[in-house]
Every structure is written in C-alpha cells, then in structure tokens.
Design a protein around this ligand. Structure first.
Ligand code: DC
Length: 220
C-alpha cells in the first residue's frame, strides 16, 4: 500500500485532555499503530535537561531532537536503551517540552520521524499539530477538549498513580500556562484542524470518547 493511502486518525488537544488514552484505545481497537508525538518532545526535553543544553540554544536543541536515539516497545519508551517511560512524565519534563516545542527548528527536526510512524494497516496519532501540520490529509481528524478542572483532576490522578508528588492548585496553574504557550506560539499552534470533529470530554469516560471516535471512523 502506498504511504499516502494508509489511513491516519489524528487526535489533537490540550494537555491532559485525555487524547493519549483515547488514541491508544482507538488504535488497539482498529489494530493500528500509535504515535504519541508529545513523547518525542518530552524525550528531546529529557535529553537536553540531562546534557545541560541551554534552553535558549535553539541550534543545540534542534540537534538534540535530530539525534534522538529513542524507540518505542509497546507501552514502553526508551532513550538510548534506558526505559524512560515514567521519567518523561515528570512535570519539569512536560514543561520543558512545551518550551522547546515553540522552536520551529526543533519541530522541523522531529518532522520526518513523525511521518515514519505511518505504516499499514493504519495510524492513530495524538498531539497538538497532527491534523494541522503533520498529517493534514488524514481522513479523520479529532480535536479533544475538556475543562481546566477536569484536566487538572486527570493529571493529578496520573501523577499520583505514577508516584510523583502533585498539588491541584499548582497543576491548574501549570495547565493554564502550558495551554497559553501551546496556543499562542507562532509555529504550529494548538488549534483544531480544518474539518476536525470537536469532542468535549469533560463529562465523558474514556470509553465513551473512544466509541464516538470509532463511530466517526466507521461513517467515513
Ligand atoms: O502531549 P504532551 O503533554 O505529552 O506534550 C508535551 C509538550 O509537547 C506539549 O506541552 C507541547 C508539545 N507538543 C507539541 O508541541 N506538538 C505535539 N504534536 C505534541 C506535543
């Protein structure tokens, strides 16, 4: 099958909107591959933090992204053979990822790697710009939203479950700041792609959101 014919479902949305959970479940249901594009920005951030790369050195950050030695094995994410599945979820790493993701050269350095995830029989890709920039011709594009309260609650639970410290007030503030940065940047800002289906998951379970995405896909 030529790459252009391999179906892609894009699921974009703000941090902690539930897109990772929904995208993984949709992928599993359809037997499709899964791309967690945020993980690539988080891996770049972790690698830069560990190597003391200055966060204003755009050239060095782009090089870090370009030479990312990472691989995905099921739910596990590796950076140079070290399992960093948990380490990349720390708030400092997420925040750093959001900062460096505003740099166009870093985004460019990760472009080809993201495209390479498009393999038969199909791909579900989640992130901020999957539908707007990376896979603009995807047959199904979804934009997930949820209230700040619902998202802070979810992020709180995720962090506590992973053994990280968490505080609701700090999380709400952090989410709001990160949304503003991801939405207001000039390079690939967070916004619904043209033709995207909007889905507010504040009052929905993950399975209800998955069922909605699958029914949109079935109706194509
Ligand atoms: O989805 P996430 O929280 O794991 O993403 C971490 C950061 O990476 C997010 O704050 C913005 C950035 N990101 C991006 O700019 N573009 C993407 N496609 C995915 C993530």
């Amino acid at each position: 099958m030529s790459t252009a014919k391999i179906p892609v479902i894009t699921i974009d949305g703000p941090t902690a909107s539930g897109k990772g959970t929904v995208a993984q479940k949709v992928a599993r249901h359809l037997g499709f591959h899964y791309l967690d594009s945020g993980a690539l920005y988080r891996l770049t951030a972790l690698s830069a933090l560990r190597r003391d790369v200055a966060l204003n050195d755009e050239h060095a950050l782009a090089k870090t992204a370009e030479h990312l030695h990472c691989h995905f094995d099921g739910a596990h994410i590796f950076l140079a053979n070290e399992d960093v599945t948990t380490a990349i979820r720390a708030e400092l790493v997420g925040n750093t990822a959001s900062r460096i993701a505003a740099l166009p050269t870093v985004r460019q350095a990760l472009y080809g790697l993201q495209l390479s995830f498009r393999k038969a029989p199909g791909l579900v890709a989640d992130g901020r710009d999957m539908g707007t920039v990376i896979f603009p011709h995807a047959p199904l594009k979804v934009f997930l939203t949820a209230s700040v309260e619902a998202r802070a609650q979810r992020r709180y639970k995720q962090l506590i479950d992973k053994g990280f410290p968490a505080n609701m007030d700090d999380l709400s503030k952090d989410l709001t700041e990160r949304d503003a940065r991801d939405t207001n940047r000039s390079s690939a800002p967070l916004r619904p792609a043209e033709g995207a289906h909007l889905l507010d998951t504040s009052e929905m379970t993950a399975d209800e959101a998955v069922a909605q995405v699958l029914s949109w896909y079935a109706a194509l």
